[in-house]
Write a protein that binds this ligand. Structure first.
Ligand code: SF4
Length: 305
């Protein structure tokens, strides 16, 4: 495989552990303040309601059982040697600190689990929770994943995020003060945003000195408010070539120190309405590699020296 023209997460893991490390998604049964009525009930307009990757709790599996099952699959498929428990669906800090500690410790107690990734919203990080996460940041390989999606309040309002950009700013500050490694999620192709506005997000991530980024493509999933808007023609999705070009420009403006953990989304075949081209995820990633090569650009190459 040729060297990536961006600072990929697989390279980061290889540097850190020197062996094959894979993430295993864990559903610990959390909910979300934008679903349970604390902030809202209808959720973000693109959210399918069951939370992406929600599977374990529905089958009645404990955290340990989910990880053990995931390990078997990863060893068989990828010959993985070490694992990171990824608390993924919904808001995985949305519970009292004592419960969080029990769940995270349970994951870390499984053999060959060498780290934790915890995904959440900026408004689910009170100081006592940040202090707890800082303990893990000191004692294990730890990432906090934080949904930004867009830095524009007009967009956050349109997509019904239930928090504003200031909430993200405050959460980043809390993480920085405590040495918590932070990965921001952003969505490209959100309704009402210009290309320049989307690209400007890269500069904002640089300014915040986040450690990682996950770039998602806007997906329209079945039975969401976004699907209804799409059906009425009120929103559009991106064409593949436009998305690939946009991602290459985004990478060009992104600080090369930021670890790129994802460059397209993962809408499941059974639930995806559009864009269907995104199902061929590896083709999209290859197209990004080919386009960066053709342009002769790489992550950070459009930044002023
Ligand atoms: S924050 Fe996540 S789980 Fe909550 S409504 Fe939005 S997409 Fe769904």
């Amino acid at each position: 495989m040729t060297e990536k023209r961006y600072n990929s997460f697989s390279e980061e893991l290889k540097r850190e552990f020197g062996c094959r490390v894979h993430r295993i998604s864990v559903d610990a049964g959390f909910t979300c303040p934008n679903r349970d009525g604390t902030v809202g009930r209808s959720g973000c307009i693109y959210c399918g309601g069951e939370g992406s990757g929600s599977f374990g709790i529905a089958r009645g599996l404990s955290v340990t059982e989910q990880i053990e099952h995931g390990k078997e699959v990863m060893v068989r498929k990828y010959k993985a040697q070490k694992f990171i428990a990824y608390f993924q669906p919904y808001s995985n800090t949305y519970a009292p600190v004592e419960r969080l500690r029990l769940l995270y410790d349970e994951a870390l107690a499984v053999r060959d689990v060498v780290g934790l990734i915890v995904g959440t919203r900026p408004d689910c990080l009170p100081p006592e929770t940040l202090d707890l996460l800082a303990d893990y940041a000191r004692s294990t390989y730890f990432w906090l994943e934080l949904g930004l999606q867009s830095p524009l309040d007009k967009t956050l309002e349109f997509i019904n995020r239930g928090h504003d950009f200031a909430a993200f700013t405050a959460a980043v500050k809390g993480c920085r003060e405590r040495g918590i490694r932070l990965c921001a999620h952003v969505i490209l192709g959100l309704p009402g945003e210009t290309r320049e506005e989307m690209l400007a997000t890269a500069g904002i991530l640089n300014d915040f000195r986040v450690d990682g980024v996950k770039v998602h493509l806007l997906h329209v999933m079945k039975e969401t408010p976004l699907a209804e808007l799409y059906r009425r023609g009120a929103v559009r999705v991106m064409e593949r070539d436009d998305y690939v070009g946009l991602v290459c420009d985004f990478l060009g403006r992104l600080d090369p120190a930021i670890c790129v953990q994802r460059l397209t989304g993962d809408g499941g075949r059974d639930h995806l309405v559009a864009p269907l081209w995104s199902l061929a995820k590896f083709e999209v990633l290859n197209a990004v590699d080919v386009e960066l090569e053709r342009r002769g650009t790489r992550q950070g190459s459009q930044l002023q020296k």
